[in-house]
Every structure is written in structure tokens, then in C-alpha cells.
Design a protein around this ligand. Structure first.
Ligand code: UTP
Length: 288
């Protein structure tokens, strides 16, 4: 069965980005002038996804508004003859069907994915974390969907990190299967320093069968008192197998201050209108 639906969890509190996230969802913070969430939805669309299920929470209505039509703004832009801006604003609402579901309490990533169950139903689906941006060709989630379709097992994105970074991620133990692919033999969420089974960390992209839902429902709170997707994935691995895919591309953690700054600088340097000013500015700045 082809992967038609994507779940984008975006209901977290974003405490690493306080005070901004007191009133603004972190997924709405812009990379240059485009909200993080737009990059994530664009990746899904470019990968063939037809339906996006956005998991939101209290204080996150701006995300839903962003993907809705904006009649007053559109009328204003039409009257002023700003046709390019009008087309851009309309396109956001029209290029993909976005369904919003509320996670009633932010009880963890696993819990957020489970909240999407009524909209996903009984079919395989993609998960793209709403604050992780991947710059990849083909898009990261497309790379995972290709592996899923070929091997009929759940697929998770992997990135090799340093020893010092392993305690910030879910980390796998695996055996090589093919170039860039690992058969996962175990996984642990945020291992204590020095205890990680490898340096292969799970990043924010997954392709999952619907069998994951009852496994999440049966998963007790884990690290940090949250219902961890990694814990449910480890059960899925034991039941039907999970493949790790070392994706080709670059990942930015836009929910982290440093990752957010990196993404802003690198995406700005790709924009001809900004790069011409920014590049010499950065050279001068670091030379000081
Ligand atoms: P994070 O752990 O990065 O999000 O979750 P957070 O909890 O909002 O961030 P900090 O650590 O407090 O700064 C990864 C993704 O999962 C979503 C987040 O919105 C983010 O996109 N998430 C997390 C949920 O949807 N629900 C949750 O209960 C937790």
C-alpha cells in the first residue's frame, strides 16, 4: 500500500525556545521568512504525500490559521495589485489538504502520534517532526518511503552523531543490511552518557505501519515521564522489524537555538537576494 498520509507532530511546548514560545509556536518561527512548518509540509508534498495530519495543542492555533485561507489579506493584496504575494498566500492554503488534530496534553511524541490515529486509520503513514528541517534530494521522507515500499518494514531516519551527542537522541543498535541501511536490533531513548549502543541517532522522520498505534497505546511513560515513540518502535522492531536509513542530506534542528541559527544562515546564503549582502557581512563579522 502506498504512503499517502503524513503526521506532523507540532504540539510540544518548545521550552528550549522560551520566551518566544510563550505566545508563538516554535514551528511558526521563520527560517529567513518562511515558517519552519512550511519546509516540513513542502517536504511531505514533494514526497508524494496527499494528506497532512497536523497534531497541535493549546496555544498553537497559529499553525492551523497559517494553512487556512486568509480572505481579508487576499482581498487587500488583490486591491493593491500585489499578484505575486497573493498567489503565494493562496498557494499555502491550497497545495495540500491539512487536517488538524489536538493532542490534549503534551505527553510526549508517542502520545502525539497516537492522537493522529483517527485521521490515519488502517494504512501506513509518514511522520515528520514539525521542528526538524531536512535539506535533501530526494527529500528525506521520500528516501524512507522508497525503503518502506521495497522492504515492507517500518523505516526510521538515522544520522551518525558524536559520542557527546548520543544522550540527546534515541540511539539504535543495528547490523548493516545494505549501503546506508541497518537492520535495527534495539533502540534506547536518550541513553546516559557512555551507555549508547552506537552513534547512530534517530532523527525526526519515520515511515510506520498502522500496527504502531496499539503498541503506543500500550507503552507506559518512559524517559522524562513522556510516552516515547522510541519505546513503541522498539516493540514494533521485536514484532515485525524496523530498518534504519542513513539518509543523504543535511538536517537542522530548528527547535534548538543553535540549529535554528544554522538553518537561518545557510538558507539565507542560498537566496541570491540575501547572499550578496550576507556573505561579506559574515566575513567582516568573524574577522573582527
Ligand atoms: P521536542 O521534544 O523537540 O519538542 O519534540 P518540545 O517538547 O516542544 O521541545 P522542548 O524540548 O520543550 O524545547 C519533537 C516534536 O514533537 C512534537 C514537538 O512539537 C516537536 O515538533 N511534540 C513533542 C508533540 O507534538 N507533542 C509532545 O507531547 C511532545
Amino acid at each position: 500500500m502506498s504512503v499517502r498520509k503524513a503526521v506532523i507532530p507540532a504540539a510540544g511546548l518548545g521550552t528550549r525556545f522560551l520566551p518566544a514560545t510563550k505566545a508563538i509556536p516554535k514551528e511558526m518561527l521563520p527560517i529567513v521568512d518562511v515558517p519552519t512548518i512550511q519546509y516540513v509540509v513542502d517536504e511531505a508534498i514533494a514526497s508524494g504525500i496527499e494528506h497532512v495530519v497536523l497534531v497541535t495543542g493549546r496555544g498553537k492555533d497559529a499553525l492551523v490559521d497559517y494553512f487556512d485561507r486568509a480572505p481579508e489579506l487576499e482581498q487587500f493584496l488583490a486591491e493593491k495589485g500585489k499578484d505575486d504575494l497573493l498567489a503565494m498566500v493562496r498557494d499555502i492554503a491550497e497545495k495540500c489538504e491539512v487536517i488538524a488534530i489536538r493532542q490534549k496534553e503534551p505527553r510526549g511524541l508517542g502520545h502525539a502520534v497516537l492522537a493522529a490515529r483517527p485521521a490515519v486509520g488502517d494504512e501506513p503513514f509518514a511522520v515528520l517532526l514539525g521542528d526538524d528541517i531536512f535539506d535533501a534530494d530526494p527529500p528525506c521522507i521520500r528516501q524512507l518511503i522508497d525503503v518502506f515500499e521495497a522492504r515492507k518494514q517500518a523505516v526510521i531516519a538515522l544520522l551518525e552523531v558524536s559520542d557527546a551527542q548520543t544522550s540527546a537522541y534515541g540511539v539504535i543498535k543495528g547490523t548493516p543490511l545494505a549501503p546506508g541501511l541497518h537492520q535495527v536490533e534495539g533502540m534506547v531513548e536518550k541513553p546516559a552518557p557512555g551507555t549508547a549502543p552506537s552513534r547512530l541517532a534517530i532523527m525526526g522522520r519515520y515511515v510506520l505501519p498502522p500496527d504502531i498505534f496499539p503498541l503506543i497505546a500500550a507503552t507506559p511513560p518512559g524517559k522524562g515521564g513522556e510516552i516515547q515513540l522510541t519505546d513503541a518502535l522498539d516493540r514494533l522492531r521485536a514484532a515485525s522489524g524496523v530498518i534504519g536509513c542513513a539518509f543523504r542530506g543535511t538536517r537542522y534542528d530548528a527547535g534548538d537555538k543553535f540549529g535554528y541559527l544554522q538553518a537561518n544562515l545557510e538558507y539565507a546564503l542560498k537566496r541570491p537576494d540575501l547572499a550578496a549582502k550576507l556573505r561579506p557581512y559574515l566575513r567582516d563579522l568573524v574577522g573582527k
